[in-house]
Ligand binder design. Sequence first.
Ligand code: UD1
Length: 429
Amino acid sequence: MSSYIIRGGNRLEGKVRIGGSKNAALGIIAAAMAADGPSVIENLPDVSDIKLLLSICSELGAEVEMLGPGEVRIDPRSVLTHEACIDLVRKFRGSYYLLGAFLGRFNAARMYLPGGCDLGSRPIDLHIKGFEALGAHFEMEQDGIISLSADKLEGAGIFLDQVSVGATINIMLAAVHVPGMTVIDNAAREPHIVDVANFLNAMGANIRGAGTDVIRIEGRPVLPGNISYAIIPDQIEAGTYMMMAPLTGGDLLVENIIPKHMETLSAKLEEMGAVIEEGGDYIRCTMPEGVPLRAASFKTLPYPGFPTDLQPQAVTLLCKAQGTGRMIENIYENRFQYISYLRLMGANIITSGKLAVVQGGSVLHGAPVEARDLRAGAAMVMAGLMAEGETTVQNIYPIQRGYENFLDKLHAIGADIEEVGAAGVRPVW
Ligand code: UD1
């Protein structure tokens, strides 16, 4: 198991280039598996979740060819099975998009329940209800195998009881092949939903309304593919680096992003005292000298609200701010587990249910901590960057699931961080 050792206190400054969106890439790779022809996908992030999904596609028979850094060609025509009962599926959450892709393409899908970060119970009942509304028969088999089958699928109206990113994408992936009109009501509106829909439309699908809460999909018998498509930048990677500027009193230019996707965070950072300068594809985030970082209140919500995937990083930033900050976590019931590590480092945080109250301004000191999950892991690194002394973040694998070239990017902006222990996940290309 590898660890990061961080010696805190450095002011971070310089440029960071953001990679492609991990969560969009997961949906888009699954979409490519639903096509009737090959696709070239560009701006893939170099992170382990993507490597795993590409390995699964290849094990299932697809031709997967890396054309260069971040560029892959996927030809799914050689995939003749609708079954993905392989262990890799259990290692991350995004593998569940093969359910929708295969159901639409083969009228059947069978695979293990997905894995992913432990953020409390993470049911997939809304995905299943959507598939059933299209006419699929669902069965939960032994060993956690999900089985879907249908003699005939037909477009339907589907109302999601709760806004769900995964269910919205999964139902779209199936419905593009299903005859008739499918309407998803109360759909999620995250930027990566729009990106997956744009990719599917480029492949030959007919999806309207992605980015609003009503998405209309008219099924097509054939989705020719034969496209080249570049994935949008990763909103969460960008947000993590943006927060490192006020965290270290620094000055960071976060490049290759869509500033509109960052609006909620930008507004909060300005409220806290940071200066935000937006350009066409960058945000410069600066903490002016002599200006105190002020506490603020956050609540996580579906897009365009504050993303739950930036919650642990924002709580860590609140530890540095003057005054009392608040975080309400509305999406996941168990996403404050990492706070015990911040307390170990000297933070003053009380939690009660969905609420965390942070009394900022305490000086954090280095300690051995753990990356409990992907975003909490990034928060631990951030805590180490501002702490006095040395912080060891153990078990860094979850961080490598979602942050490409984390060490190199942090070195380039002046962080004192090294990786020790067994070799972690190496770059995919
Ligand atoms: C996706 C992201 C994850 C992010 C989350 C919320 C991927 C691979 N993961 O996860 O990084 O934290 O969106 O932005 O894109 N729910 C149900 N039943 C369901 C589905 C969801 O009750 O069938 C609940 C969940 O428990 C949660 C809420 O709905 O409380 C939102 O979950 P959802 O948006 O589906 O998250 P994921 O797609 O799993």
